[in-house]
Write a protein that binds this ligand. Structure first.
Ligand code: PEP
Ligand code: MG
Length: 754
């Protein structure tokens, strides 16, 4: 390094000694800037620290007026220091005062210094401050000097992150790392959780920053890179997944980066500045994060995940720290992850788990389904959240609204604490209704059933007083399994489900995969429109071996008990007839081979494809029962993807066309005496449930936590009065009338709790 006294390695060693000295935080910072200035032959060295109000405050200086310390501040984007913080990039200038962003602060006395080199103090891609050196004479800083100052900034990042400097903040101020933040994502699973951050993939904390023996570090890095490349090659060759949610295309991208020359060169440069191999990986990754995080292009931001993955793998090789595999959690844990597979969530011990926050993961992601089944409040699609948190940070998850409060101030925490208590009180009230029927004030009883998909769901049946399991989504077993469940595994699950709910009937739905429900171990079909593609019963009829295997597992599991099976995505009656025949043949086969068969077998159809609306007479006569899948039916009726936020809100469940379609189903079923329920999300919303009861539904199946609120609403409504309001709005379509608003007004006027 030009002009450096002993170069960056000596500086790092000196600074490490200073870090260990038993002195105050201010004294330590003051010594650090003296050492840096001396080593870099600069007249000035200053440290600016970013506060939670986004201002950069001068915390220490060698060379500028000492009186300016804790006095001079810059906002982000203001002056050269603010510019560095904003761009998160170094800035080297031979004539600083000629730069358009230069902002003169008389109290610092910096007018006599011409050249300026500043670097961001980065941690996990966040800018914690800015480190600056200045020289009186005009000079050009070399690349090595920029590199050396960036390396030095890492040590300062550690110091800031350790919280040591917090004691120097003015009363009422905090550093940016401790800044409270209100984040918003998509609601995945209802409920409020208060607790502390546990990172699903904890960042490996590099403790040893300064290399004792630079040659040895270089050899360690080479070995680790080699081992990592071999590991990735092996995973790709093996062709299966590694951990949850990791697939071939991700691995391919990571492999590409692992062989990237630019990346290798940056690692070497970081090593040469005196860092350990681990610290060099972190340095290079911090820079990449800082750059990519400021990109708005989703493709480029996605690459950041790949680079993170790469850095983590390399750090694992270097430190020998294995990736976590769930397990025990501290009290009141809120898991924070970029993404997580369903199996990974199930691996955690649940008694201490209070919430889940994901960077990716929409409402239909498998992990969201599991979170709902477990009753864990969860929020997805929270941009950058893994970078914004530190392990142990206080955090609140509101799975109903999609809000996440990070490091909340006391008043926010109190408000959410109150909300959580209110919910608990309401749950108690619902619990009191558990054994009472959902009887409306005018004496109409509505059967309330629950949806399930995992064995753990079944315990809720008695807790909430469900009359049956109205929909058992069998695909969940397939989605959380590492490979295709064998017939014996399917049989075991169905048996356990039937055993778990005792006398309550269970309606098993045959495998509903395809579209958004992908099995990681099944080759993904490239389809233009997967929601309209090869899915559910279509797969079952094209691969009758699969369907037969599942039906046999169900028939055997029932063993002398009643069994209800229904088929998803039936679009024409012939499909139901074909599936029914397979089932009846299977039953006959079992009987003729001496197996106990169900005491009674009922075969039903899910009404979720609009074409069935014009085959209702036939299907009502053929099927033993109908179950309306309103999630799919509505998406196909309005041609609006159920998970696409841009379009899903444009179409209201409580609109005349939707209610007309639903009414035509109940009316037809009534004509033939065919039992009908509705098992989509709509049935679990109190206002919607009231409307469904008013148009004639006498059975609704819903997520277990919805049974209490729906029952409370139904028990306080006079259904005939509601019908009198609703019927004209359905029959005489007036686009200026909002059925939802009218129903809401009705509920308020009649004190119906929603
Ligand atoms: C539905 O479509 O409404 C339904 C209950 O099935 P799923 O949500 O599993 O597609
Ligand atoms: Mg469906």
């Amino acid at each position: 390094m030009r002009g450096g006294l002993g170069g960056p390695r000596l500086l790092l060693r000196r600074l490490r000694e200073v870090m260990a000295e038993p002195v105050s935080a201010q004294a330590r910072l003051d010594r650090i800037v003296i050492h840096i200035a001396a080593n870099m032959v600069a007249e000035v060295c200053s440290v600016y620290v970013q506060r939670s109000d986004a201002k950069l405050e001068l915390y220490a200086t060698e060379g500028l007026n000492r009186e300016a310390v804790h006095l001079t501040t810059m906002t982000t984007g203001e002056g050269l220091v603010g510019l560095i913080a904003e761009k998160a990039e170094p800035l080297a200038l031979a004539d600083a005062q000629a730069h358009p962003a230069f902002s003169y602060r008389p109290e610092t006395g910096e007018e006599i210094y011409q050249s300026f080199l500043g670097v961001p103090i980065l941690r996990g891609g966040n800018t914690l401050g800015v480190l600056v050196v200045q020289n009186r004479a005009r000079r050009t800083y070399s690349e090595e000097e920029v590199e050396a100052l960036q390396t030095t900034a890492m040590l300062l990042a550690e110091m800031i992150a350790s919280g040591e400097l917090q004691s120097l903040a003015a009363p009422g101020q905090s550093l940016s790392l401790q800044k409270p933040m209100a984040l918003t994502g998509s609601p995945l699973s209802d409920g409020v959780g208060l607790g502390h951050v546990v990172l699903h993939e904890p960042r490996i904390i590099v403790k040893q920053l300064v290399a004792e023996n630079p040659e040895a570090e270089s050899a360690r890095l080479d070995c680790a890179i080699q081992a990592m490349r071999e590991q990735i090659d092996m995973l790709i060759a093996r062709g299966d997944r590694y951990g949850a949610g990791e697939h071939r295309d991700v691995l391919e991208t990571v492999r590409m980066f692992a062989n990237d020359r630019g990346w290798m060169r940056r690692l070497r440069e970081a090593l040469e500045s005196g860092l350990t191999a681990e610290a060099a990986v972190e340095r290079v990754q911090n820079d990449a994060r800082a750059k990519l995080q400021r990109q708005t292009d989703p493709y480029l931001r996605e690459r950041l995940h790949d680079l993170d993955d790469l850095a983590n793998r390399l750090l694992q090789q270097l430190t020998g720290v294995a990736p976590p595999h769930g397990g025990a959690l501290p009290d009141n844990a809120i898991l924070v992850a970029r993404n997580m597979g369903p199996a990974a969530l199930l691996d955690y011990e649940r008694s201490n788990l209070r919430g889940l926050v994901l960077e990716d993961g929409g409402p239909t992601s498998h992990v969201a389904i599991i979170a709902r089944a477990l009753g864990i409040p969860a929020v997805g699609d929270v941009p950058n959240v893994t970078d914004l948190v530190e392990t142990g940070d206080a955090i609140i998850v509101d799975g109903g609204s999609g809000d996440v409060q990070l490091r909340p101030p006391a008043d926010v925490e109190t408000a959410y604490g109150e909300k959580a208590r209110l919910r608990a009180r309401r749950r108690e009230q619902y619990h009191k209704l558990r054994d009472m029927p959902a009887l409306t004030r005018d004496g109409v009883e509505i059967g309330l059933h629950m949806n399930a998909g995992l064995l753990i769901d079944c315990q809720h049946a008695s807790e909430v007083g469900a009359q049956s399991i109205g929909l058992f989504r069998t695909e969940l077993q397939f989605m959380v399994a590492p490979s295709f469940p064998r017939q014996s595994q399917q049989y075991t699950l169905y048996r356990k489900v039937l055993d778990a709910v005792g006398d309550l009937p269970v309606t098993f739905r045959t495998l509903d995969i395809g579209s958004d429900k992908v099995l990681p171990y099944m080759t993904k079909m490239e389809e233009e429109n997967p929601a309209l593609g090869w899915r559910a019963i279509r797969i079952g009829l094209d691969r009758p071996g699969l369907l037969r295997m599942q039906l046999r597992a169900m028939l055997r599991a029932a063993e002398g008990r009643g069994l209800r099976i229904m088929f998803p995505m039936v679009a024409k009656i012939g499909e139901f007839v074909a599936a029914r025949d397979i089932c009846l043949r299977e039953e006959e086969f079992l009987r003729s081979h001496g197996y106990a068969t169900p005491s009674e077998l009922k075969l039903g159809v899910m009404v979720e494809v609009p074409s069935l609306l014009w085959q209702l007479d036939e299907i009502c006569q053929l099927a033993d029962f109908l179950s309306v899948g309103s999630n799919d039916l509505t998406q196909y009726l309005f041609a609006a993807d159920r998970d696409n936020k841009r379009v899903s809100a444009r179409f209201d469940d409580l609109s005349a066309p939707n209610l007309r379609a639903l009414k035509s189903i109940v009316d037809a079923a009534a004509r033939y005496g065919t039992p009908v329920t509705l098992c989509g999300e709509m049935g679990g919303k109190p206002l919607e449930a009231l409307a469904l009861a008013a148009i004639g539904f006498r059975g609704l199946s819903m997520t277990p936590s919805a049974i209490g609120p729906v029952k409370a609403a139904l028990r306080s409504v006079d259904l005939s009065a509601l019908r009198a309001v609703l019927t004209p709005m359905i029959e005489r379509l007036d686009h200026s009338v909002s059925i939802r608003q009218e129903l809401q007004a009705f509920a308020e006027a009649h004190c119906v709790p929603l």
